[in-house]
Design a protein around this ligand. Structure first.
Ligand code: ASP
Length: 445
């Protein structure tokens, strides 16, 4: 079995972090594939290499000198090379990048150099082979990742080279030009590599000991999650938990390859294991029905009232089509007999709210259309909710007892989440109350 490992920017921020990565790789011979991000922050006010590269391109575009920023980037890489005594010809690499600067270099090419150079240095440091992302990660002309083609290419390349370092975050368009993924995309590269090589596990090394049950900025010292399913993770990430790039699970889920989130600075911690399902659970998990809590602020609820709405065939479809026309995604859709609501992101609807309401009025002459802003959505997520009666009753009872007014309730058909809409001002309190009642102290916690 091989393990695909991916190291994030904080795990590669300087030579000391590179050394930690090497120790981790050398402590387990199954760790044959290493995917790297670009160096991140060494301390809170530091800069991420990728941010500097984007900034450098902006300077280039507007004809402002990029020299100061580009030298900061060069210095970071030269320092790592010098401290670790590496052989990579960085002078030639930087000369190559500089030579492209005034020849209409694409932004994607420039920002991809962070991962490219990091992988070069790491390959030298570990004595592993370097495979460029443009050799295997393929995009279609419309910018979509071609997962099947990418996986086939890597499994063909891997046969000859059994220990490799791969830069994350980018790949090639059909004409060979570099294309980057969205920010944090190295997580996806790691998942693609794990799927391509049928890895036993995809280890994602970062600077926290796993996914936390709630946002540490809201809840003090939240506990880490030992086990979480792919679907639960999707729900938590979509609702704001910032762990992995949200596209990460798709390549590995189809082959049920577990993802293990680990801490480069605490390599002994088991971290979080993400899988399709779990046979064994910890004692604490057996007693608990909520895996994690997350949420987002700033939603708007658009409510339409009209007598005999349910009997009026086509009204709902027509209203939805208006939202589609203005490209506003609908998050939730609570409905009554003579009314229904659409829950949407305030940011997305703000520029076109009057147009949309005008069109709705013209289309179906409703009795009223109201807009309620400042709504926060909070999701309590747990795979066991579906089999335990009374979970939602307990959630609502607890919020009521704490004077939190619930403006909306939703539960997905899989019954692994309960979503409540509250006012923005109650956002933090709701998360704390749920965490304290169901994860820490409650009878059923
Ligand atoms: N370096 C890129 C970023 O900062 C990609 C990554 O880290 O995954 O977004």
């Amino acid at each position: 079995m091989i393990k695909v490992t991916k190291f994030g920017g904080s795990s590669l921020a300087d030579a000391r972090q590179f050394q930690k990565v090497k120790d981790i790789i050398q402590s387990d011979s199954q760790r044959a594939v290493v995917v790297v991000s670009a160096p991140g922050k060494r301390f809170p006010d530091d800069n991420k290499i990728t941010d500097l590269l984007y900034l450098c391109h902006a300077h280039l575009k507007y004809g402002v000198s990029y020299e100061g920023i580009f030298s900061m980037i060069e210095e970071r890489f030269y320092a790592i090379k010098a401290e670790l005594g590496l052989q990579v010809d960085l002078e030639a690499e930087f000369a190559q990048i500089r030579s492209q600067m005034h020849k209409g270099m694409s932004i994607d090419y420039l920002v991809s150099r962070g991962e490219y150079l990091t992988a070069k240095l790491m390959a030298d440091f570990l004595g592993y082979s370097f495979i460029d992302a443009t050799e295997w990660v393929s995009f279609t002309y419309d910018g979509k990742l071609d997962m099947d083609k990418s996986e086939e290419s890597l499994s063909a390349l891997f046969k000859e080279k059994s220990r490799v370092v791969l830069p994350g975050f980018y790949g090639a368009l059909p004409d060979g030009k570099v294309r980057v993924m969205s920010r944090g995309g190295s997580d996806i590269t790691g998942a693609l590599a794990a799927a391509a090589l049928d890895a036993g596990v995809y280890e994602n090394w970062t600077d926290v000991s796993g996914i936390l049950m709630a946002d540490p900025r809201i809840v003090e010292n939240p506990r880490p999650i030992a086990h979480i399913t792919y679907s639960e993770l999707r729900e938590l990430s979509y609702m704001g938990a910032n762990v992995l790039h949200e596209e990460t699970i798709f390549p590995v889920r189809k082959k049920d390859i577990p993802i293990n989130i680990r801490n480069t600075n605490e390599p002994g911690d088991p971290g979080t294991l993400i899988k399709q399902s779990f046979k064994k659970e910890t004692r604490e998990e057996r007693k608990r029905f909520i895996t994690g809590i997350s949420g987002r602020k700033d939603f708007s609820i658009i409510t339409l009232r009209k007598g005999h709405l349910t009997a009026d065939i086509g009204t709902i479809r027509g209203v939805l089509a208006i939202f589609e026309k203005y490209n506003v995604p609908i998050e939730h859709f609570p409905s009554g007999i003579d009314s229904f609501s659409l829950v949407v992101s305030t940011e997305k609807i703000k520029p076109c709210i009057y147009d949309i309401i005008g069109e709705i009025k013209g289309f179906c002459e409703p009795d009223s259309v109201t807009v309620t802003d400042n709504i926060a959505l909070i999701a309590a997520v747990g795979r066991k909710m579906a089999s335990i009666p009374g979970v939602s009753g307990k959630v609502f009872g607890t919020l009521g007892a704490n004077d939190i007014n619930i403006r909306m309730i939703a539960q997905g058909p899989d019954e692994i989440n309960i979503i409540v809409g509250v006012e923005n001002k109650d956002f933090e309190k709701t998360i704390r109350v749920l965490y304290d009642s169901f994860i820490v102290g409650g009878k059923d916690a």
